[in-house]
Design a binder for this molecule. Structure first.
Ligand code: ZN
Ligand code: ZN
Ligand code: ZN
Ligand code: ZN
Length: 1043
């Protein structure tokens, strides 16, 4: 969690922060009277929202603080900052004074204040109701409603906004307003899935052995088929085949010619150009939708409508205002209003949006759509519609186009059939290039690298193999960006009229799109992308333009929210994940684990067919992690219900949410298995588990008998401190206690007597590991006596040595894994540029040849790879600390990775050409890193955080770091802080910088009393915490020279 840039006292009332921070009693400096309560509350809310999402946004808060400071007087901020509670405050204020309101900061403020408010209000117990006042501060003057609008079509000089717009928390999607349609991304039409890498394997994964035969009684009449339920995620049908997501086949009771459940097998997709059409689709955000509906309702076009008392509503105290629902400004009380509301919604869905979608390039101007509706209404004599359109037009002319922004959505598909489509019509298969998870995430990484972290466009979908398939669950990725079918061009909607379903059709698996209900001519065909992102930036940038009343605001779901992470954060820490990984290598799969894998549908597809089975330890790892997932699914619902949210969970919604989390976890387990499979399949790669316990002899050597053992290093530290480096070196060469004591100056004469005793003790042989530990403990006692005698200097050493001595389980990491560079990803840079929010993008640069060039380029690369040449194998060494600096890897292979040409100059000759990004680099610790970070997939290098995560959790501080200069550096306070940390957050890594501790871990042997506790828990041993508590008690009771 990042430090909070706000004055600390401000955050005390924040519900999210309440647990994180000391209570008010412990915080003497409460907000002074001079702090404006409005801003305080508001910033608390914003801050807590950011905490919730684990967002780092110091720039944003700097910006706000500087503006607030300018508005309310510097004193409020400087006094808060100078209270000494948070030493970072004065710096913060100084930095913010220098800060110029950049465009980026403004956009960030816009987004944070605006869109996210509505989006997050469902999951956060945050009060957003006084956003307007802060928004006014955060907005540049030209964006303020009261000021003259300069945007195109605006005509608002100093006209006060209608109350309904003022009450609309976010009057329109902030930021730039793009009015040009996106250039359609050309794609090659496919008739079947295309597989480029691992052909045999992926083709096999696209087949199914699912078998069923229905009676044939319920699939011969389309009206008997039933429906698809989004909530239940299945067909509600009496046809036994369709109920299992299968099309009928030879064994069914229905005649092939008369069965309505064989459309995919018969290839009866809708025809582009006849049944459906590709258009430049347009959409409005949920705020603009409110402006439209309010204007229509207030005109009484749809019957009696009494606008709520907005002015009273805006003055309501915060608590009361907080009961408002998402996307709504008021509750409509009278019955008449509810009917009118429904009629207005239907008018927007069925008349206005289809009309806007007929405007081609000029759809951005809502006037065109409104005029179209008016003409239509006059032709059909629909007075309500005409009146509504006129009212919206009038308001639009009054307040300006900014409040009625229509945004381009890219290509969309509309129904062109005059008769429309009936429910459960087969639309088309979602075809594309199929990738294994490892490859898909390499492509994602390369795309993000090349496009500067822009949100990738969404021409892709996950194909989840059904759990009830005999070869089981698995995950494949379908990319339709350059090759696919029109189904991939369908827009997202939060209230869709279609659904994509994985179907088994004649022995093959496919993603088929069906209509959910009747679709009228002119209506856009949509489905719910149901895409989850763990990236908060992506989530926030994904403004939804589905234009429906049910719009969630973002077309993505956010899986990184702390609400979903509660159980994981507490019970699946780095220590737990490490312990499970270590445990995976200790024995075969037991009966319970086997049946757990069965329950989750993990069989040959995810675990490998017999001839390419994953190693047993990896399968056991999956079973162990799924054990946690099951455990989490039991605990999460109750925890969600207990959350103090504005829109609280009930047992049903919480259970559904937990199920979603569980499915997301399963997906992540399977993706991780695939990524690790890639590494283990490399030629010459060891198949052993990444972590393994030391044998008793090895552990004894590590702690006691080895010449670099903890015991020997301890006495050498002491000798160096009291007698100098030459003595230390002499000790290093000593073989026996006698030799060692002789190495001391004058045989120990002139040194405190404890030194010679210590040295003699350290060279005493041990019978086994436990004996070594006991002797080390005795050495620690002796060291404390010495410390008391010479007054300080060795307490840190003794304390840390005690932690070493109290550690029961030591393990090490596999050192033979080799790093490698994967095959380059071919990216079409023109394609990438095409859909970015950049007006400078020249649409003509993309040509219809992009697809085919892409095709040939990537084939060449794959052929080169499959030639078996591994030119980029790394020969780096396992160096704990240098790992990150040199990435553990070198980019090898001359001429294999073409450097991508400068994108800006890439037009002309390079237009449409596939550009090679460099291949993804996998470090030697990748297997360990990815298995530890299994719940995240978008981290480019999962090993990057390993060394930080290990610090103080499984890597104890080096003895050398405890001694050098420790006399002045380790105080009673330091020890107290360490004890408190070990007691309260044993799983949290230690700070490295700015502390005396070093974590070089030369031996690269891992273990700690904290890890022991978790290990016992993971191995279901009784009283797992006892020994850690005993260690802490020993530490606490140990005599110190400063008392
Ligand atoms: Zn049937
Ligand atoms: Zn059937
Ligand atoms: Zn049938
Ligand atoms: Zn939406």
């Amino acid at each position: 969690m990042e430090r909070c840039p706000l004055p600390r006292a401000w955050t005390l009332e924040c519900p999210v922060l309440a647990e994180e921070l000391p209570s008010a009693e412990q915080q003497p400096d409460l907000p002074s009277e001079s702090v404006k309560p409005d801003c305080t509350l508001l910033l608390q809310g914003l801050r807590s929202a950011c905490l919730e999402d684990e967002v780092e946004c110091p720039d944003f808060f700097d910006e706000l603080c500087s503006r607030l400071a300018a508005k309310t007087g510097q004193a409020d901020f400087t006094t808060q900052g100078a209270n000494g509670q948070d030493s970072q405050q004065p710096e913060q204020v100084a930095a913010s004074a220098r800060l110029k309101p950049s465009k980026a900061a403004r956009l960030q403020a816009d987004r944070l204040l605006g869109l996210r408010a509505v989006r997050d209000s469902n999951v956060l117990g945050v009060d957003w109701s006084s956003l307007d006042s802060l928004q006014a501060l955060a907005e540049p003057a030209s964006h303020r409603p009261a000021d003259t609008q300069t945007a195109a079509g605006a005509n608002t000089s100093l006209v006060p906004l209608p109350a309904s717009i003022q009450a609309n928390r976010e009057p329109y999607a902030q930021g730039d307003w793009r009015q040009e349609p996106y250039a359609p991304r050309p794609y090659k039409r496919l008739r079947a899935y295309e597989v480029n890498e691992e052909k045999e394997l992926l083709q096999w994964k696209l087949t199914t052995q699912k078998q069923h035969a229905c009676s044939g009684l319920h699939c011969v009449d389309p009206s008997h088929l039933g429906s698809y339920s989004i909530e239940a995620e299945k067909f509600m049908t009496e046809c036994g085949c369709l109920a299992r997501n299968m099309e009928c086949g030879d064994g069914c009771g229905c005649a092939a010619s008369g069965c309505c459940n064989r459309a995919v097998s018969r290839r009866q997709a809708l025809l582009l150009g006849t049944d459906v059409q590709e258009i430049n689709a347009w959409g409005i955000d949920c705020y603009t939708r409110r402006n439209i509906v309010d204007a229509a309702l207030e005109s009484q076009a749809f019957g009696l409508y009494k606008a709520p008392d907005y002015s009273r509503l805006l003055q309501l105290p915060l608590r009361a205002a907080a009961t408002l629902q998402q996307g709504e400004t008021v509750k409509h009380s009278s019955r008449g209003s509810v009917d009118a509301q429904q009629a207005a919604d239907a008018w927007v869905d069925q008349q206005l949006i289809p009309a806007i979608n007929q405007q081609g390039d000029t759809g951005w101007d809502i006037a065109n759509g409104l005029q179209h509706v008016q003409r239509q209404a006059e032709a059909t004599g629909d007075e309500c519609s005409a009146k509504a359109a006129a009212a919206v037009m009038k308001r639009f002319q009054k307040v300006g186009s900014n409040y009625f922004r229509v945004h381009p959505k890219g290509t969309g598909i509309v129904c062109a059939r005059e008769a429309g489509l009936r429910p459960l019509s087969f639309v088309e298969e979602y075809l594309g290039e199929v990738h294994s998870p490892w490859r898909w995430f390499e492509i994602q990484d390369a795309t993000k690298k090349q496009s500067g972290e822009e949100l990738p466009d969404f021409y892709n979908i996950v194909l989840e193999r059904p759990r009830d398939d005999p070869t089981g669950y698995d995950v494949l990725f379908v990319d339709a960006a350059s090759k696919g079918a029109f189904a991939s061009r369908m827009s997202h909607s939060c209230n869709p009229n279609c659904q994509a379903v994985v179907m088994s059709c004649g022995g093959r698996l496919t993603i088929a799109v069906y209509t959910l209900r009747s679709v009228a001519q002119g209506e856009e065909l949509t489905f719910d992308y149901a895409s989850v992102t763990e990236n908060e930036r992506e989530f926030r940038a994904a403004t939804c333009l589905c234009s429906t009343r049910a719009c969630r605001g973002s077309f993505l779901y956010f899986s990184g929210s702390r609400a979903f992470m509660q159980v994981m954060t507490a019970q699946h820490t780095f220590l737990h994940r490490t312990a499970l990984l270590l445990r995976a290598g200790t024995g075969p799969l037991n009966e319970e684990e086997h049946s757990r894998l069965e329950r989750f549908g993990l069989r040959d597809s995810a675990l490998g067919r017999p001839h390419q089975r994953l190693p047993a330890w990896l399968i056991k790892w999956a079973a162990l992690v799924l054990g946690f997932v099951e455990h989490e699914m039991q605990l999460l619902p109750a925890q969600l219900v207990a959350l103090q949210l504005r829109a609280p969970y009930n047992p049903l919604t919480a259970a559904a949410e937990a199920k979603g989390v569980c499915e997301n976890r399963l997906q992540n387990v399977v993706i991780t298995l695939d990524k690790v499979r890639l590494c283990l399949q490399r030629p010459g790669q060891p198949q052993s588990p990444p972590l393994r316990l030391l044998t008793d002899a090895q552990a004894a050597e590590h702690v006691w008998t080895g010449d670099r053992s903890v015991g020997r290093r301890l006495v050498r530290c002491v000798a160096q401190a009291l007698a100098g480096p030459s003595v230390e070196r002499a000790l290093a060469h000593a073989l026996t206690a006698g030799e060692a004591v002789k190495a001391l100056p004058g045989g120990g004469q002139g040194l405190p007597p404890q030194v010679a005793r210590l040295v003699a003790m350290a060279f005493h042989p041990a019978t086994d590991f436990q004996d070594g530990r006991r002797q080390l403990l005795a050495v620690v006692q002796e060291l404390r006596q010495l410390d008391l005698a010479v007054k300080g200097g060795f307490t840190a050493l003794a304390d840390i040595a005690l932690l070493h001595a109290c550690t029961n389980h030591w393990f090490l990491a596999e050192r033979e894994y080799k790093g490698f560079t994967s095959l380059p990803v071919q990216l079409n840079m023109e394609d990438l540029k095409l859909d970015r929010m950049n007006r400078d993008t020249s649409a003509h640069a993309a040509t219809s040849q992009a697809g085919s060039n892409h095709h040939s380029a990537s084939n060449t690369a794959f052929e080169r790879l499959t030639g078996g040449d591994h030119a980029s194998e790394s020969s780096g060494s396992w160096k704990e600390d240098s790992q990150q600096e040199n990435g553990g890897m070198r980019q090898g292979g001359q001429g294999r990775q073409s450097v991508s040409p400068d994108v800006e100059d890439g037009s002309g000759a390079l237009a449409g050409a596939g550009q090679a990004a460099s291949g993804k680099k996998y470090g030697m610790q990748y297997v360990w890193g990815q298995l530890t970070l299994w719940h995240k997939q978008t981290v480019y290098d999962p090993t990057a955080s390993l060394s930080a995560d290990r610090r103080g959790t499984i890597t104890l501080p080096d003895l050398d770091s405890c001694c050098a200069g420790a006399k002045t550096r380790y105080s009673a306070r330091d020890r107290e802080a360490m004890l408190e940390h070990l007691e309260k957050r044993p799983e949290a890594s230690w700070k490295g910088n700015g502390t005396m501790w070093g974590f070089r871990n030369e031996a690269r042997v891992y273990g700690s009393p904290m890890f022991d506790a978790v290990w016992r828990q993971v191995c279901h041993q009784p009283d797992p915490l006892a020994s850690l508590q005993d260690t802490l008690a020993q530490l606490r009771a140990a005599p110190v020279p400063w008392q």
